[in-house]
Design a protein around this ligand. Structure first.
Ligand code: SAJ
Length: 418
């Protein structure tokens, strides 16, 4: 018989993953306490509001809060399950920075009474969950931590990476298969009971380090494949070929699926996670490192191309369409579009750059501080421009009437206007 979860869940980190996880549990009857160090976030969630845009999340949060199933606080409560969903950025040297995970473990440790499960959801390098077990064990020498014994420990630790796609989080949270890796088998089973509350996909039990690595591999797989598409776009430019046409034809082969070139790879996952593999085995991760370098170089290449196009005009004006890291979302983290606008604006301080981004109402600080960059409605930005640079494939831009682009130099990095 599968174990059934019974008890309260504390979720540490009310961001893109923690808050949706809190809500899907709460709407299925589990008592959930959301914990965040940011008081504004806690206050917003306590009012039933969501501090960022994600389809269907806002209505679910306000429902869960008004039903009394979800509350928010800055203090870690006693609970039967703890889910750590805090950021794991990388340092300048591309090493994983586990300081937020460590601080979450430090706040959980005093609350442990025996029998709980602590689940690390944050994307982490291999060995991080065991490290959590060690930190908890050091802070609570009165308890037996799972890495210390194959027997029955006093608390359990598991890694269960999230795999949801921003923009489809509320659907994928429920429908995706879930990898659950325990420090011991019993740890994995304890954690699986929690995910069984809402997960309709398969729940795959494994060890913690394999679960950590599997998650990194998923994003490295995608990064390497996007790097191939981006490298093909550079080669095609050089050979005067239309990369979109070349890929369309190649993809008619039954076993070929080249992905789509773009201005670079953004977001907080694909542009970050492969570095954790490189960090774990630097000498051996040659392809994964090169893919990262190709995708990281692409925004600078796009900026150079735009700068070269301005040379044809005496006093040009440029429109850059889109700032988010991908279509139809408001997320600007690690966005190549932001880097491109910044590169161009800094290289040509006398150039007027009008940016259109329907998903934000003000420029991010790194662009807002540049005097030659301003935010406009799309029609305005395009109308006054000599050069139109398409950076994000938002539906709104796809639908732009082609007559508005007539007579302008168009640089379409996403291939949506071909
Ligand atoms: N991109 C391209 N060409 C493509 C596909 C994507 O240039 O053919 C670019 C996008 O424009 C964007 C970036 O890559 O800048 C990443 O976008 P994405 O939609 O591929 O992925 P993310 O970062 O939003 O979410 C990924 C997902 N991982 C995989 O698909 C393997 C998601 O399932 C993970 O949960 C998420 O990372 C995560 O949290 O790790």
């Amino acid at each position: 018989m599968d174990e059934v979860f019974d008890g309260t869940v504390a979720i540490l980190g009310l961001g893109y993953i923690g808050l949706p996880t809190a809500v899907v549990l709460a709407t299925r009857g589990v008592q959930v306490v959301g914990v965040d160090v940011n008081e504004a976030t806690v206050a917003a969630v306590a009012r039933g509001e969501v501090p960022f845009v994600e389809p269907d999340l806002a209505v679910a949060v306000s429902g869960a809060v008004s039903m009394g199933r979800l509350s928010a606080t800055t203090e870690v409560p006693e609970a039967e399950a703890y889910v750590i969903a805090v950021p794991t950025p990388f340092t300048e040297g591309h090493e994983a920075d586990l300081s937020f995970v460590r601080s979450a473990a430090e706040r959980i440790a005093p609350r442990l009474r025996g029998g709980e499960v602590v689940i690390l959801e944050s994307t982490s390098p291999p060995g991080a969950s065991e490290q959590v077990s060690r930190w908890l064990g050091e802070l609570r020498p009165d308890l037996v931590a799972p890495h210390m014994s194959e027997g029955v420990p006093d608390f359990h630790v598991a890694h269960c990476p999230e795999r949801v796609l921003p923009g489809r989080i509320m659907i994928e949270m429920v429908t995706n298969d879930r990898v659950v890796g325990g420090i011991t088998r019993r740890c994995a089973e304890k954690a699986a009971a929690l995910y069984r509350v809402f997960c309709q996909g398969k729940i795959l039990l494994t060890d913690a380090a394999s679960a950590e690595m599997a998650k990194l591999v998923e994003n490295a797989y995608r990064d390497v494949n996007i790097a191939l598409a981006n490298e093909l776009s550079l080669i095609s430019e050089e050979l005067n070929l239309d990369v979109w046409e070349v890929i369309r034809l190649a993809n008619h082969h039954p076993r070929v699926n080249v992905l789509t070139p773009g201005p670079g790879v953004g977001g907080h996952c694909i542009a970050v996670d492969p570095w954790f593999i490189v960090g774990a085995a630097p000498e051996l991760s040659r392809l994964i490192r090169t893919a990262r370098e190709i995708n990281d170089h692409k925004p600078h290449h796009v900026a150079e191309q735009v700068i070269a196009k301005t040379a044809r005009f005496r006093d040009p004006s440029v429109a850059c369409l889109g700032l988010s890291y991908k279509a139809n979302i408001d997320d600007l983290r690690e966005s190549p579009a932001v880097d491109i606008v910044s590169d161009i604006a800094r290289a040509l301080p006398g150039l007027e750059i009008r940016v259109a981004e329907p998903f934000v109402d003000r420029l991010p600080d790194e662009l807002g501080s540049l005097p030659n960059v301003s935010l406009h409605p799309v029609a305005d930005a395009v109308e006054k421009a000599d050069i139109v640079v398409l950076l994000v494939d938002h539906d709104l831009f796809r639908g732009l009437s082609r007559s508005r682009l007539a007579g302008k130099v168009v640089y379409d990095t996403r291939g949506i206007w071909r």
